[in-house]
Design a protein around this ligand. Structure first.
Ligand code: HEC
Length: 236
């Protein structure tokens, strides 16, 4: 017979889990999201994503918690010795005259943004964390024509969005090619991958560090166990 106290604590343990899944299902039930197969170890994808972001998004959106130099190191824009390729970054990724040690700012100021769009384009440093990669992947591929909207477009996962369809040209160009849809989806995945990285630049390092910590604990356990045996030998 299970004791009431234990039963209650089990219940309190399980309830939030049940509540959590219920919430997720309800939320996803509205609009199904496409799965974004992101991979933060895929450096070429992160580099392509950074380039696309700087070219197509940074005119309106900032990534104010990251410096160009940190990003360059993290996504592998470095030479064989690990030195940052400063000129490559200046020529290809910095469009607002900033320095390599600056954070990634947008050329647009808040007041302009509000005047043009009714709402200033938000900073996207944490958007992968608040919205999730699947949402971003679906959102960027879900603009559709809607003559009633100021920019002539709307979005299935973000109804009445104030952002214009800035991917229109890229999509039109790629769709004209063979396997255009796959190429476009691939480009969007690169952007989402990059935004996921931007959401927590330290995450790769943390995972690698985690493995060493676990390894340390495993080895430490062996010694602790041997020591315990040594001490208790005399007690028994
Ligand atoms: C011409 C300016 C402009 C450009 C360029 C632009 N955006 Fe936006 N974006 C906006 C505005 C304005 C909003 C606010 C929309 C709203 O809240 O209705 C927005 C919102 C967003 C959001 C939703 C943020 C949230 O959680 O509410 C995401 C994600 C986003 N943009 C991603 C991008 C990406 C990725 C690019 C580049 C491919 C990009 N944007 C390019 C203007 C722009």
């Amino acid at each position: 017979m299970i004791k009431p106290k234990i039963f209650l604590s089990l219940l309190f343990l399980i309830l939030p889990i049940l509540g959590g899944t219920g919430f997720a299902i309800a939320e996803e039930g509205e609009i199904p999201l496409d799965k974004a197969p992101i991979d933060l170890t895929d450096l070429p994808s992160l580099q392509r994503g950074a380039k696309l972001f700087m070219n197509m998004c940074s005119g309106c959106h900032s990534l104010k918690y990251i410096r160009y130099s940190t990003m360059a190191k993290d996504i592998g824009i470095v030479d064989a010795k690990g030195q940052i390729l400063e000129q490559v970054i200046k020529d290809n990724l910095i469009f607002n005259g900033g320095k390599i040690t600056d954070t990634i700012q947008t050329a647009m100021n808040k007041a302009e943004g509000e005047a043009w769009f009714g709402i200033a384009p938000p900073d996207l440093s944490l958007v992968a964390r608040s919205r999730g990669a699947d949402w971003l992947y679906t959102y960027l591929r879900s603009f559709y024509l809607d003559a009633k909207k100021p920019w002539g477009v709307n979005n299935t996962v973000f109804p009445d969005v104030a952002m214009p369809d800035v991917l229109f040209n890229l999509r039109s160009r790629l769709y004209a090619e063979k396997e255009g849809k796959e190429k476009f989806d691939g480009a969007i995945l690169d952007i989402v991958n990059f935004l996921q990285y931007a959401g927590e630049p330290i995450q790769q390092t943390r995972k690698q560090l985690g493995i060493w910590v676990l390894l340390f604990l495993a080895i430490f356990f062996v010694f602790a166990y041997l020591l315990k045996r040594e001490y208790w030998k005399d007690v028994h």
